[in-house]
Write a protein that binds this ligand. Sequence first.
Ligand SMILES: Nc1ncnc2c1ncn2[C@@H]1O[C@H](COP(=O)(O)OP(=O)(O)OP(=O)(O)O)[C@@H](O)[C@H]1O
Ligand SMILES: [Mg+2]
Length: 527
Amino acid sequence: MDPKVLEAARAAFPASGPALVLGAVVHEGECDPEPIVRLPLAMANRHGLIAGATGTGKTKTLQVLAEQFSAAGVPVFLADLKGDLSGIAVAGKADDRVTQRAKDTGFAWKSAGCPTEFLSLTGSGGAQLRATVSSFGPLLLARVMGLNDTQSSVLSLVFKYSDDKHLPLLDLADLRAVLQYLSGDGADELKDYGGMSKATVGVLLREMVELSQQGADAFFGEPEFDLNDLLRVDAGRGIVSVLELSDVQEKPALFSTFMMWMLARLYHDLPEVGDVDKPKLVFFFDEAHLLFDDASKAFLDQIEQVVRLIRSKGVGVYFVTQNPKDVPSTVLGQLGHRVQHALRAFTPDDDKALQAAARTYPKTPFYEVEKTLTSLGIGEAFVTVLTPQGTPTMPFATRMVPPGSRMGPLAADEMRQHLMVSDQVQHYAAAVDRESAREMLSARVAVSAQASRDAATPAAPPPAGGVAAPHAGGTEAAIAGAAAVVGAALSSPIARAMATSVARSVGTQLARGLMGALLGGATRRRR
Ligand SMILES: Nc1ncnc2c1ncn2[C@@H]1O[C@H](COP(=O)(O)OP(=O)(O)OP(=O)(O)O)[C@@H](O)[C@H]1O
Ligand SMILES: [Mg+2]
């Protein structure tokens, strides 16, 4: 190999300092057996892109990065869409291909699995991931429900109404109860909320039926998933949290929005850390195009903002997708590290995308970029990373090192075994239904009915919100107080869950305000 290429690569990627090993330089079909191409750990929160046509090695690259982060003590979250990442939990086998690749890249390969926890939206493939409706917020919920802009703004008003009346929206039953109330007994209260009508509320009610039919009741409610669980380090190794999504593959709006919720919550909950030696967490979005497909402008703006801001909380976000053009340019521009696997150019449109992708690389005298991008082998990529100085390196074609964990899924019985011994799975297993909007509203309707009977006026108006609210708020405060005491005294999972969600209710409102703030829309609460 031309010694100038290697010299330039050695100069580009720092040889010392903690870094992830990506692979060895490839030039004119030749691979130099020295794993020069590295990603500095201290820059890993500057986000990244892993792209490439189908079958080119994106998921294995994700695996290689994830396991090295874990080994360096950095917790990792990743979404496993096709169910081919669960093998990260167990050691890989040294077959011929792995051995050959290790030799090609000069990599000291070690077989090792990562400490892994599995999460799941249905509860079948891991710990049940749950969010309260209120922490999810109207924007994300609107995306999951596939609402148009008008319907979304009505949903926001419903949330505002619930806030104003101190009606906690924990699960879908709560939201349903509020909608039912507003389109029935409580219809009079709509007049204080311009833009909401009985009819629009009725539409939301119908959309909710559909959401429930999708099985959404399982993942709205309590105990809400504690995002601190994603930040755990076990004996110096970062926990890898794998969200198993193969069972909800056909509901991309659902799981991509859920991941967005996690990211937004992390952003909200984590303290500002500035520059770090290594990230607090690395978050991988596989099949990231699903996040952006059909997304509203408001939703895209939010992604853009969260991605931009979360870096200073020490969280690195890596998007994995087939074509860089799947990622909006405002987001793409923030991704410091690029591992671009082979791109295919069959159609004129492909050609355009290829040229556009090529233009985004720093200049190099060693490669014809477009030609390189179409001729990379499987498990090879065109790589540029940010140096510790924050400047992008010259790009180099790279043969990626092989993962030390198993390439491929856990067998069903291995998975069962793994889930059986997980405390996390146990902790989130049972849903908790504490008093919230549904119970409060049915109580209120009962009181109102009693009042009507007492007054012997069949057509008595429902009590004004101003009268009902302090009562409801008082109940909520009493529950909160009691739960906090119980939560402190006991450490049963249920008490813990209650205490957490109560402690959170303030944060939740802030988070929702934040989402409003991120949107630049009208919001009563700002940070
Ligand atoms: N770093 C690597 N080490 C060893 N083998 C690899 C590596 N990268 C890719 N391969 C080989 O290439 C195959 C395809 O890789 P992978 O599943 O990562 O592709 P992909 O781009 O994620 O595909 P898809 O778009 O279908 O999800 C793997 O099954 C493996 O055999
Ligand atoms: Mg893949």
